[in-house]
Ligand binder design. Structure first.
Ligand SMILES: *Cc1c(COP(=O)(O)O)cnc(C)c1O
Length: 457
């Protein structure tokens, strides 16, 4: 059997690495809806976005037609330090499960940020530097994005101000220290340092903060500090574009070993790793060349795809950002404190939302405890301690492999293993102590937030 020859890890040679990012919007007949100006409800123009975002990133954000963007030489050089990431054949997992399924995962945790976020962080920092800016601002929840951006800014010599959701700032002091080691200035959010932060603190004294609040603070500082712009680690079209490097490498590696996956699974917070992983496969699907089953997995506590509505909404709590059409739970929705910090955003990438709405992607949700059970099972057999976020994808990959065992189907499954869980040991402790809870919002609770969506005609 040909499969016997497939190595544990499929690496690419330097000359096989992607030379351009792929923009899946170019192959979508119905495009994702445009960002709207929150005041006029008209599509945002490049000039209106310019005070917030870097110029070249705005072009990427608004471009629905160009299929490929060359990866600049400097970014390719940086990628070489930690890419290609391995495509791993999970032989041990298959054996332990006793499944005829063939399981692969693309592992993005092999860099200090411990996640795929560095792929877009270096790109965004590069365009800021090229524009001659002095620094950047951003928010971070779990801390992976803030860490990745700190690394990129340190490499290129840019200043960085990070607003870190207060509960994470307190619960993950080591993440904070990694960022500071790379030179970032880290402030717990909401803070007294911004107008919006002071307003939120006055209205909700003692709040733990949320991504939506931290975004508002970071945007305020970017737009009021000369030489600064704001960058975001997920949701936006440009982020999915940069993350396509994951899917392009995966596709090349599969082509190299002559394998076509049947099923592609990814966890979905803002949608960037999933969007990146599936991009070239989705391109084939959209062009009618090949078919793949694609599954997004989200936490049951923050179920934007499976229980949200597809509508225009604010991206942040302070309502200063453009409106995006997306599957959303409402910008006021603050998810129960679950431990997959990177999946706690109220909305979903407009690209993923549109593909889901067209029925090209399926979505499932998973409760916290079952996700950690999957994480433990995976860690004990494949050796890697997975991030709680990534473990949502593991959970569904295990479910599907078990189904194959029942039916005898030899499906090829690939999932995105987005990162490692070394900074999530507080969560693992809760799981190990048997005190993890599985809060799932009721329909009434969700309806309350959705009723406050902006009215767009
Ligand atoms: C941020 C993060 C995610 C979720 O973000 P997406 O934009 O949905 O990819 C998933 N896994 C890890 C490890 C993360 O850091």
């Amino acid at each position: 059997m040909a499969n016997e020859k497939i190595p544990y890890k499929v690496y690419l040679e330097e000359n096989e690495m992607p030379k351009a990012w792929y923009n899946v919007r170019a192959d979508m007949k119905k495009k994702p809806a445009p960002l709207l100006n929150p005041g006029t409800h008209e599509p945002m123009k490049a000039e209106e976005l310019a005070p917030v975002f870097c110029d070249e990133l705005i072009q990427q954000e608004l471009d629905n037609d160009t299929p490929y963007f060359d990866i600049p030489e400097e970014i390719k050089e940086f990628y070489k330090m930690y890419r290609p990431s391995p495509l791993v054949r999970a032989y041990c997992l298959e054996k332990k499960l006793g499944t005829p399924a063939k399981i692969y995962y693309k592992f993005e945790g092999n860099n200090t940020s411990g996640s795929h976020k560095l792929n877009s962080a270096i790109a965004q920092a590069y365009y800021a530097k090229k524009q001659g800016l002095k620094g950047l601002t951003t928010e971070t929840g779990a801390g992976q994005w803030g860490t990745a951006l700190s690394m990129a800014c340190a490499y290129l010599g840019l200043d960085l101000k990070v607003f870190m959701v207060k509960v994470s700032y307190e619960q993950k002091p080591f993440r904070r220290e990694v960022m500071r080691t790379y030179g970032a200035d880290v402030t717990p959010s909401p803070s007294e340092t911004t107008n919006i932060g002071r307003k939120i603190l006055a209205e909700h004294p003692g709040t733990n903060g949320s991504l939506g609040c931290a975004i508002s603070e970071a945007v305020e500082v970017a737009t009021t500090t000369p030489g600064y712009r704001y960058v975001l680690g997920s949701v936006l079209n440009q982020v999915l574009l940069h993350q396509s490097v994951i899917g392009l490498e995966t596709k090349t590696a599969f082509d190299k070993i002559g394998v076509k996956p049947d099923m592609i699974i990814g966890c979905a917070g803002g949608g960037s790793n999933l969007g990146g992983l599936i991009s070239p496969f989705m391109g084939e699907k959209l062009r009618g060349e090949n078919d793949y089953q694609i599954i997004a997995v989200e936490p049951a506590s923050c179920p934007s795809l499976t229980r949200g509505v597809y509508a225009y909404d604010f991206c942040d709590t302070g309502m200063v950002c453009p409106l995006a059409k997306m599957y959303t739970l409402g910008s006021d929705f603050i998810p129960a404190p679950n431990h997959a910090g990177g999946l706690r955003y109220h909305g979903m990438s407009p690209i993923i939302s549109e593909l889901y709405d067209q029925g090209l992607i399926e979505a499932r949700s998973a409760a916290q405890t079952e996700v950690f059970e999957a994480a433990e099972y995976f860690a004990r057999c494949e050796g890697i301690l997975p991030a709680p976020e990534s473990s949502h994808a593991i959970k569904v990959a295990l479910d599907e492999a078990k189904k194959c065992k029942e039916t005898g189907e030899e499906k090829t499954i690939v999932f995105g293993l987005t990162g490692t869980g070394y900074f999530d040991l507080y969560a693992y402790q809760k799981f190990n102590d048997g005190v993890m809870d599985d809060y799932i919002p009721t329909d009434e609770e969700l309806a309350k937030y959705v009723s406050k969506l902006p009215k767009i005609d």
